[in-house]
Design a protein around this ligand. Sequence first.
Ligand code: SF4
Length: 62
Amino acid sequence: MAKVKVDKGLCIGCGTCVSMCEDCFELSDDMKSQVKGTCTADCCNLKEVLEACPVAAITLDN
Ligand code: SF4
């Protein structure tokens, strides 16, 4: 199964990924996106989310 990761060093906390898939992403206390345990990597169109991130902080490992 593909594994989703967020590079917190790059994330600017814009919330775009959270609004696109609340099963996969949430903003942590430091206002950085983090991957939730409920993410199955096929519950939403992750490729679209990856492309929507303005700083390319989200990666998908197969
Ligand atoms: S879309 Fe990118 S920059 Fe915005 S909160 Fe998500 S990971 Fe961070």
